[in-house]
Design a protein around this ligand. Structure first.
Ligand code: SF4
Length: 355
């Protein structure tokens, strides 16, 4: 399938009944006043004119809680989106919302307007974390909404945050195991960041809340990504998308922010696999060659060759040479004393201890 071209429509806190400790969308909403039908239409036209490849285009309503917006507003937004879908100019409609803003009537309306993908901002399935994050719903609500969304035939996405107030590894991995039971089509993983003008910022400044370090966030996200991958759940994003404001020193006050956190996580998974594969072999002062796709070369190299250098050190190699080979992303070919090929997912499934 060709790359998805996304038309992002940011729907700030419009109608969200909540005030989660990590969210500043109420503040953003008070600054953004022009999200109306003409804005939406203009934005769609603008994006459609940019895209060269027009074969796989999606309108995505991000932010806020779409199905908590007043019903007339939801319908007028969706009517516009559907008119473009009917013309074949866009191919999917995606939105994100809160688990407690889903019921049969809402889903029936979303079906009528051709919505394809519903993502739930779940964050955690531990009751204590949900309470401390002031999410305003319990875990049971997530199970019920997810079942309902699936029974109506929508693609289901679940968003997980790690490092929220009261969170720990056990609660994070518990949430992942429960996600597996729900069996969503897609997952997003967001290490919690301290964003300006939130309750979490106040708690951070008082020393009540401590965010994860970047290393901790990478380590936990690595375990989650391995777990979802071997369970055939597609992780479509790790970490908030950097924007002009989502940057350390701007809206991000503290926390494990990194513009390429996914690459750090993928690199650490590669390192785990390679170090595990050669752990019982004599690699001292030898040259190891790895042949793989370009994507895997950049994960194995890492920024400033950090992953590559770690592998050299871990295995006490003389050198590690990464070369392109026309292989799928799922495969790695090695040459140490002989040529060997592994399937990454099979190796993770059978050889690497996972949560
Ligand atoms: S439900 Fe979503 S939009 Fe509403 S406060 Fe929480 S994170 Fe923000």
């Amino acid at each position: 399938m060709s790359k998805i071209n996304i038309i992002p429509i940011f729907v700030p806190h419009l109608g969200c009944p909540n005030d989660c400790v990590f969210c500043n969308q109420k503040k953003i909403a008070s600054e953004i006043t022009d999200v109306d039908e003409s804005y939406l239409d203009a934005r769609i036209k603008e994006y459609l004119s940019y895209f060269r490849d027009k074969s796989n285009i999606e309108i995505a309503f991000y932010g806020g809680s779409f199905t908590a917006i007043n019903l007339d507003k939801q319908e007028s937004f969706l009517k516009i989106a559907k008119s473009y879908k009917n013309l074949g100019l866009i191919h999917r409609i995606r939105l994100s919302t809160r688990p407690d803003c889903i019921d049969e009537n809402i889903l029936s309306m979303l079906k009528k307007y051709g919505v394809d993908i519903i993502e739930l901002g779940v964050q955690s399935l531990n009751e204590d974390v949900l309470l401390k994050s002031k999410r305003g719903h319990d875990a049971d609500c997530v199970f019920k909404s997810s079942d309902l969304i699936k029974s109506w035939g929508f693609t289901l996405g679940l968003q997980q945050m790690i490092g929220l107030p009261g969170d720990d590894k056990e609660k994070i991995y518990y949430t992942a195991c429960k996600f597996k039971e729900i069996d969503p089509d897609i997952v997003r993983i967001y290490p919690s960041l301290v964003i300006t003008q939130t309750q979490m910022e106040k708690d951070y400044l008082k020393g009540i809340y401590n965010p994860l370090t970047l290393n901790e966030a990478v380590e936990i996200s690595k375990e989650l990504l391995k777990f979802y991958r071997i369970n055939d759940i597609d992780v479509i994003r790790i970490g908030l998308q950097p924007t002009e404001n989502i940057q350390l020193g701007k809206d991000v006050v503290a926390g494990p922010f990194h513009p390429s956190i996914r690459q750090l996580v993928e690199g650490e998974i590669m390192r785990d696999i390679i170090v595990d594969y050669f752990k019982d072999r004599n690699t001292n002062n030898k040259d190891l060659f790895i042949f793989c796709s370009n994507k895997n070369i950049s994960n194995l190299s890492g920024q400033k060759k950090i992953v590559k250098n770690k592998i050299i050190k871990d295995l006490n190699l003389s050198s590690l040479k990464l070369s392109y080979r026309d292989l799928p992303d799922s495969k790695l070919m090695f040459f140490l004393d002989k040529e060997e090929t592994i399937n990454i997912k099979d190796y993770l499934k059978t050889e690497i201890k996972c949560i």
